[in-house]
Design a protein around this ligand. Structure first.
Ligand code: IPE
Ligand code: IPE
Ligand code: MG
Length: 241
C-alpha cells in the first residue's frame, strides 16, 4: 500500500466512439472530452494530485481525416479561450508539451499566453500533450545534447526532455478499453503503474478516477527490488525513485 499518486498521466481515449454511439459527429465527442478533462482536473486537485499530464493529440493523429484534424486544432483554440480564466481561478498551472512548430502561429501565441498567465499557480500542474510523441521527445532531447556537444547520460537526457519540469508519472490511466501506450510517455513511464479502463473518456468521472487511485494504492512499487526489501524500508523510502 502506498500514498499518492503525486503525478497521474492519462491517455484520454474513446471520444470518437462516444460520439458515434450517439449518432453524433466524432468532433462532438472531442468537445465532450474537454468537459470530461475539466471535471478530471478539478477532481485531481481535490484529491491532492499535484501533476496531471494528458494526451490530447499525438504525433500520429495528423493521419486522421482532414476535417477531424482541423476540428481538433479549432477545439484547442476554443478550449484555451474558454477554460483559462477558470483554471487560473482554480490554481492550475498550464503547460503545453509537444512540437509546437507545426501548429498555427495564432495557436502557438495562445499556448504561450495561457502558460504565462498561469505560471505562478501551484495547486496543480496540468501538462497538455499536444502534437506530442514519446519518440519525438527522446529524439529532440538527444538532438539538443548533440547540438551543445554534451555527453549523453540518463541524467542529461532526462533534463533535456519536454517533461523535465515534473517528476515521472506514478500512475498512467488509459480509457477506452485499449491496452497500449500509443507513443505516450515512453521514457518517463519506465516505472509507472498502468491502469486500463473500459470507460470512454467522456464517461470517465470522479468515481472512475477514485477506482484508479484506489487500485494504484494497492500496488507494490518495487523499482527492481524484492518485496522483502520494500517491506523493510521505512514508509517514506518507497517514494524515492
Ligand atoms: C481520443 O479519442 C482523442 C484523440 C485521439 C484526439 P479518439 O478520437 O481516439 O476516440 P476513439 O478511439 O476513436 O473512440
Ligand atoms: C492516443 O489515442 C492519442 C490520444 C489520446 C491523444 P489514439 O486513439 O490516437 O491511439 P491509437 O491510434 O488507437 O493507438
Ligand atoms: Mg482512439
Amino acid at each position: 500500500m502506498s500514498g499518492g499518486p503525486h503525478h497521474i498521466a492519462v491517455v484520454m481515449d474513446g471520444n470518437g466512439r462516444w460520439a458515434t454511439k450517439r449518432f453524433l459527429p466524432r468532433i462532438a465527442g472531442h468537445h465532450q472530452g474537454v468537459k470530461s478533462l475539466r471535471r478530471c482536473v478539478k477532481a485531481c486537485a481535490d484529491r491532492d494530485v499535484k501533476v496531471l499530464t494528458v494526451f490530447a493529440f499525438s504525433s500520429e493523429n495528423w493521419n486522421r481525416p482532414k476535417d477531424e484534424v482541423s476540428g481538433l486544432m479549432d477545439l484547442l483554440a476554443l478550449a484555451l479561450s474558454r477554460e483559462v480564466p477558470d483554471l487560473l481561478a482554480d490554481g492550475v498551472r498550464l503547460c503545453f508539451v509537444g512540437d509546437r512548430n507545426s501548429l498555427s502561429v495564432k495557436v502557438q501565441a495562445g499556448l504561450q499566453e495561457a502558460e504565462r498567465m498561469t505560471s505562478a499557480n501551484t495547486r496543480l500542474t496540468l501538462n497538455v500533450c499536444f502534437n506530442y510523441g514519446g519518440r519525438w521527445d527522446i529524439t529532440q532531447a538527444a538532438a539538443q545534447l548533440a547540438a551543445r556537444g554534451e555527453l549523453i547520460t540518463e541524467l542529461s537526457l532526462d533534463r533535456a526532455m519536454a517533461m523535465a519540469h515534473v517528476p515521472d508519472p506514478d500512475l498512467m490511466i488509459r480509457t477506452g478499453g485499449e491496452q497500449r501506450i500509443s507513443n505516450f510517455l515512453l521514457w518517463q513511464a519506465a516505472y509507472t503503474e498502468l491502469f486500463f479502463s473500459d470507460k470512454l473518456w467522456p464517461e470517465f468521472d470522479e468515481q472512475a478516477l477514485d477506482e484508479a487511485i484506489t487500485t494504484y494504492r494497492q500496488r507494490e512499487r518495487r523499482f527492481g527490488k524484492t518485496s522483502a526489501q520494500v517491506d523493510a524500508a521505512t514508509p517514506g523510502d518507497s517514494f524515492v525513485t
